[in-house]
Design a protein around this ligand. Sequence first.
Ligand SMILES: Nc1ncnc2c1ncn2[C@@H]1O[C@H](COP(=O)(O)OP(=O)(O)OP(=O)(O)O)[C@@H](O)[C@H]1O
Length: 301
Amino acid sequence: MRKTYRRAFRRTGNDALKGMDLSVPEGSAFGLIGPNGAGKTTFIKSILGIVQPTAGTVRVLGGSPEDPRIRARIGYLPERLHLPGAWTATAFLSTVTRLKGLKSDAQGNTRLLERVGLADAAGRKIGGYSKGMRQRLGLAAALVGAPALLILDEPTDGIDPMGRLEVRRILLEEVQKGTTLFLNSHLLAETERVCNRVAILADGRVVREGRLEDLARGTARWMVRFAPGVDAAALAPAGFARGAAEGVFHVDAEDPARLNAALDKARAAGALLVELRRDGADLESVLLGTVAPSGTLGVAA
Ligand SMILES: Nc1ncnc2c1ncn2[C@@H]1O[C@H](COP(=O)(O)OP(=O)(O)OP(=O)(O)O)[C@@H](O)[C@H]1O
């Protein structure tokens, strides 16, 4: 699928998606990650039928994103939420229920507000809500009608750690119920905790996709901390690259023999080992190993 945003009076457009090919398995918790401007929001808008592809097709829940019956089965939390400040949460959810074409369900909506921790604030005007409360109300609105697919754009943005934990709990409950989750978050730790599949998008293309544990496999990077006073220049020939903190280094070693050989060299150079930790298994290393900081492609690990 491609998406070029046409610019008025110009011959060239802005290629946001340059051949995006992605399938999201039903029932998966799928995370989309990538640098700013990679095309994540454009892709989400195309699943929602808000943006039409310039070429190619999008199929969602076995149909077209423009089919109202399909849309009714999708819950969406947008990145920028517009909520009516003069309304109460209760009134807002009943309007969302009506707009989704569902029968009014005051009890169901009360349960949803309880679930997102807004039971006590249900009768208050949304205008007086904090950022985190607004975000949680947005999540409740996305959950109205028990959607089969939940699309969340930066769901924990502006939420404090306790609130984030709550949101994560709700998302995991949804996945357990069989809801397909599609998450766009720049908080990699969130994606890592919630998702079981991840796609890395860079410059309008999917550059890596797969199960989280498969993506993380094969990266054999170690964090090593030596006692203070270590000579970085003496460690460099053994493959140790200086880290951010005092005495911290990173070294690539595919197996225990190579790791120990590198450590032997470090010790021979006078370094005293105080800490050793596997370093390459988190999503951040996978992302940084795939996409260079400028957003251009790096060497995939
Ligand atoms: N309505 C639009 N008109 C023209 N260009 C657009 C439009 N929306 C997005 N773009 C461009 O398309 C590219 C992809 O943008 P998009 O917002 O999809 O990326 P993103 O991965 O969501 O970025 P971010 O992480 O910063 O939100 C960017 O170059 C952006 O400038």
